[in-house]
Ligand binder design. Structure first.
Ligand code: SAM
Length: 225
């Protein structure tokens, strides 16, 4: 078996530790430092794609849709969002760690088919939360996969995204009937209740990590009323 080769490391802002990119043959892995484990593996991406397919299902015929993807990772969610919307739509990807964007311009980008090269893609290099500050209804869909679920993992500051105030800010940044979709490794009834209190029509959908098999992941789907 091929050995893992370290391709790069990157500091996560706000004392979030480090990300490490490794390659073994055609398999890539992004790991978090310490005991937090693997953030993303190129072999397993069914639920990351489902995040976009479910979150953008209402946009199939919306010519000028604007979708925000929170977390570039290996680009599977971004590529699936580009496939789910029209050629005249646009997709912004927000990524906290600059090196992740650089890695996706290199060999890592091949995993998802180089979604950064699509002319509909624009990049916000920084914390996705910065895009929720002006509370203007700018997006038709907001797709978040920045942690392991609705709690801060990559950096503790991410907790704010899932708080009542955070959810309310995101709700205000969606256009009417806009969809918030959040990837999670586990269901969370308490968080579902928080979404419902914020004037979302919300549900949890179980999806598989690989087509028809693999781990069960949860997508929170919350449509603005
Ligand atoms: C699990 S990976 C995303 C995987 C991605 N869905 C895919 O298809 O490959 C999480 C990504 O979110 C980024 N991230 C974490 N917190 C963030 C934040 N607050 N704002 C923007 N990006 C963030 C991480 O650096 C990492 O690249």
């Amino acid at each position: 078996m091929n050995p893992w080769i370290e391709l790069g490391t990157a500091d996560i802002p706000n004392a979030g530790g480090q990300l490490k990119l490794s390659q073994r043959g055609d398999e890539f892995s992004i790991r978090l430092s310490g005991v937090r484990g693997e953030l993303m593996n190129s072999r397993v991406h069914g639920s990351e794609e489902a995040l976009s397919e479910l979150g953008c299902a209402h946009l199939k015929s919306t010519a000028d849709a604007h979708v925000l993807v929170g977390g570039m990772g290996m680009g599977f969610t971004l590529m699936a969002a580009l496939k789910a919307v029209m050629p005249t739509s646009k997709v912004t990807v927000a990524e906290l760690v600059p090196e992740v964007i650089e890695w996706n311009k290199g060999p890592l980008g091949a995993c998802a088919g180089y979604p950064l090269n699509d002319s509909r893609t624009s990049v916000h290099q920084g914390d996705v939360v910065e895009l929720f500050k002006d509370r203007k209804p700018a997006f038709d869909a907001i797709l978040l996969d920045v942690d392991n679920g609705p709690e801060g993992l990559t950096q503790t500051d991410n907790h704010q995204l899932y708080s009542s105030q955070g959810v309310a800010a995101i709700q205000q940044c969606l256009k009417p009937k806009g969809m918030l979709a959040i990837w999670s490794a586990f269901p969370d009834e308490k968080f579902l209740g928080r979404l419902k209190k914020a004037e979302f029509q919300a549900s949890m959908k179980m999806v598989r990590a690989r087509p028809g098999k693999g781990s069960r992941h949860t997508i929170f789907l919350a449509q603005k009323k």
